[in-house]
Design a protein around this ligand. Structure first.
Ligand code: GLP
Length: 236
């Protein structure tokens, strides 16, 4: 893993942007793997402000809440449109369909999308408990897209974006860890003290399904961009 320490999320967004830009200019990107959450917002601001053209690219997102319509302002569809897609049109934007009638079929459909659109660069945030996408602790490293039950800790952390905690969906569709590891390059972003323990476990801890992001140690092209607070527990 390559670790890049930055001052704050603005500098982190800028670094991630530069990596993506260089790969795009070199002609290495057909599909971008994208993430939601507040962490990638500064990166998306950079992409929007840039003169990069995404109209020949596809995007594949990590996850979506089960039970939210794409127009719902808490859905990840809505988030992505607001922060990136409305400003920067892509050829195709793929996300799981939170309203799919048949969860198993939806997961199979999404796995086919990932197979048809190999991810060149995957952007990741990280949950306070070390989750990536919505792969909660003890998700199998061999897992593909599945419907997952969110942990209390994730529901609590994500409730800040909802009016009340009871409004947070209890389930989500998430790309699996196996699919995430198939991306050619992975950029993990983490900012703030609440991410320090997860970052320590991800980078210096054992590779264990108890810390989903520790699976990234098995990938040979991972860049971790952390601010000073998120890096404060690292010893090396
Ligand atoms: C959600 C998303 C993750 C994201 C995490 C952290 O659970 N499914 O992809 O990494 O939140 O969010 P934030 O960046 O807001 O801390």
């Amino acid at each position: 893993m390559k670790i890049i320490k930055v001052k704050d999320n603005v500098e982190g967004g800028r670094k991630a942007f530069e990596i993506i830009k260089d790969e795009m200019v070199a002609g290495n990107v057909k599909t971008l793997g994208l993430a939601t959450g507040s962490t990638p917002e500064t990166l998306y601001n950079e992409l929007v402000a840039s003169d990069l053209d995404f109209s020949t690219l596809n995007s594949v997102n990590l996850d979506e809440y089960v039970g939210l319509k794409s127009e719902d302002d808490q859905s990840y569809h809505y988030f992505m449109k607001k922060h990136l897609f409305n400003e920067k049109p892509f050829k195709n934007n793929y996300l799981p369909d939170g309203m799919a009638a048949d969860g198993k079929k939806e997961c199979a459909r999404y796995d086919q999308i990932i197979a048809d659109n190999p991810i060149d660069i995957q952007i990741l945030g990280i949950g306070e408990n070390g989750h990536i996408g919505f792969n909660e602790p003890n998700s199998p490293f061999e897992g593909t897209t599945s419907e997952v039950e969110l942990t209390e800790s994730t529901i609590k952390a994500n409730s800040r974006n909802f009016e009340k905690q009871e409004d947070v969906p209890t389930h989500a569709y998430s790309m699996g860890i196996k699919s995430i590891l198939q991306a050619k390059k992975i950029i993990l972003l983490a900012y703030g003290p609440k991410k320090a323990e997860a970052i320590l476990n991800t980078i210096e801890g054992p590779i264990t399904e108890n810390v989903p992001a520790s699976a990234l140690q098995k990938h040979d092209n991972v860049i971790v961009i952390v601010d000073e607070k998120a890096a404060e527990s690292l010893t090396k």
